[in-house]
Write a protein that binds this ligand. Structure first.
Ligand code: DGY
Length: 305
């Protein structure tokens, strides 16, 4: 029986399977454990089931020398030092596929919301500032038939592309070696799906934003760090971009006085791409399967790339 630390309670029944075989310690705070607390709790753990809110870095690995497996409850791994884990023989697992459709649904919801002012319109009705129907009131941009640039067309990007077919959209897939600026010049909708790496950090910055159409909308369901938020705010304020809808920001949450939040035509959600009952329960299944395999010394069924 090995010691496993799980850094948040998980939906679904997966943790019961882990508890049946191992000594499981579940952090039950309302907020993620502070790094020092995480290090203290992880001492002696052989398995660690982490969230995107936990940093798996050298300090944590030093504090948990018996660690054999980290199962990140996410498809992204930017919170985990993968190189260091590999060097120390710690296997790292992720939760791919099971959150693809939920995240693509949300990306599409954000595309529609940003193009058609859904949230601002609702707030105007609720706040009493909407006075009457007007021929030129609340004009947005067509999504049907628009050109969609998928930046980082992986599993989730392809799922968004499938939805875009139903809207007769032209889809531009922009991978690492493609001309980002040329795609941005053509796109009516820009949807980000790349992982956060040294190469993609601030990919959508001042230079990239100089190439977008003033009628375009930007949607980010990937990672906040892919966008330069200062440059995004300037583009929105100066009307160089029609709108942005972000499920992810840096940091999370944004402090209420963060200048970005005062930008026009901006919608920000609390990182809910995978937040459906089904997706989160299936993510727990995959994370537990990764921990069980790692503790058994078997290859992880869902290893990080
Ligand atoms: C992920 O999986 O990387 C998401 O951001 C959290 O579900």
């Amino acid at each position: 029986m090995a010691r496993v630390l799980v850094t948040r309670a998980l939906p679904g029944a997966a943790l019961e399977r882990l508890r049946a075989l191992h000594a499981v310690d579940v952090w039950d705070g309302d907020l993620p454990p502070e790094p020092a607390v995480l290090r203290e709790r992880a001492a002696g753990a052989e398995g660690l089931l982490t969230m995107v809110t936990d940093r798996v870095d050298g300090a944590l690995l030093d504090a948990a020398p018996q660690l054999r497996v980290v199962a990140n409850y996410a498809v992204g791994t930017d919170n985990v030092d993968l190189g260091l884990c590999a060097r120390r023989g710690v296997a790292v697992g992720v939760t791919p596929d099971v959150l693809t459709e939920a995240t693509a649904d949300l990306a599409f919801a954000l595309i529609l919301a940003a193009a058609r002012h859904l949230v601002a319109g609702h707030e105007a009705v609720r706040g009493g500032s909407w006075r009457t129907w007007e021929p030129a009131g609340w004009l947005g941009h067509d999504v049907y038939g628009a050109t969609l640039a998928l930046i980082g067309p992986g599993r989730i990007g392809e799922a968004v592309a499938r939805r875009a077919q139903g809207f007769s959209m032209e889809v531009l897939r922009v991978g690492r070696d493609d001309d980002l600026h040329a795609a941005l010049e053509r796109a009516d909708v820009i949807s980000l799906h790349c992982p956060l790496t040294a190469q993609t950090r601030r990919l959508i910055g001042a230079e990239a934003l100089r190439h977008v159409k003033p009628t375009a909308v930007l949607v980010n369901t990937a990672r906040g760090g892919v966008v330069d938020q200062v440059a995004l705010r300037a583009a929105l304020q100066e009307g160089r971009l029609a709108g942005a809808a972000l499920d992810v920001t840096e940091p999370e949450p944004l402090p209420p006085d963060d200048p970005l939040l005062s930008a026009p035509n901006l919608l920000v959600l609390p990182h809910v791409g995978s937040a459906t009952h089904t997706a989160r329960a299936r993510m727990a299944d995959l994370a537990v399967a990764n921990i069980l395999a790692g503790l058994d010394g078997r290859p992880l069924p869902h290893p990080a790339d």
